[in-house]
Design a protein around this ligand. Structure first.
Ligand SMILES: [Fe+2]
Length: 159
């Protein structure tokens, strides 16, 4: 990997994070009754997403084979699950119940991601994602999300 490849990867992560932060800032501006600033934060986020998308296009040559990528994605999910386990304990110690609940849901959703990653070849490829917690289910949407209890209308089909 060249220095430019590394720069693109770092800039992609940075732009993606900035866009997410600016979307949160837009929500806060909405809450504060500052609609113009909210729209600006959304515009800023969209501009940063344009950069991120462009960087993804530039980096596509860096992707490995699909089998390598499945293995890499599984390793990332498992690593994330371990980190979340630690974060849950910290949130409990901090008595931050909202963070504890969110991290717990993320960990359980990540477990579902690992299951799906291990079964992609057997799945039909008709996935639905819970818009509340990120749980992935193949084929049929459940009556309630097994992670966060969301209703079926909260699941989004993946195209
Ligand atoms: Fe959910």
């Amino acid at each position: 990997m060249t220095k430019s490849d590394q720069n693109m990867a770092e800039l992609f992560a940075e732009r993606s994070t900035q866009a997410a932060r600016n979307e949160i800032r837009a929500l806060k501006a909405d809450k504060d009754g500052r609609a113009k600033e909210a729209r600006f934060f959304r515009a800023l986020a969209q501009g940063q997403k344009v950069h991120a998308a462009k960087l993804l296009l530039l980096m596509r040559g860096l992707a490995g084979s699909t089998d390598d990528n499945l293995a890499a994605a599984l390793a990332e999910v498992e690593s994330s699950s371990d980190a979340l386990s630690d974060m849950i304990m910290v949130a409990a110690t901090d008595r931050n119940a909202l963070a504890e609940t969110a991290f717990t849901q993320f960990m359980r959703a990540s477990d579902s991601h690992a299951v799906r990653l291990n079964n992609v070849s057997a799945d039909e490829g008709n996935y639905h994602v819970c818009s509340i917690c990120g749980f992935i289910v193949p084929d049929t949407v459940p009556e309630r999300c097994p992670v966060c209890r969301a209703v079926p209308e909260q699941f989004r089909a993946v195209e």
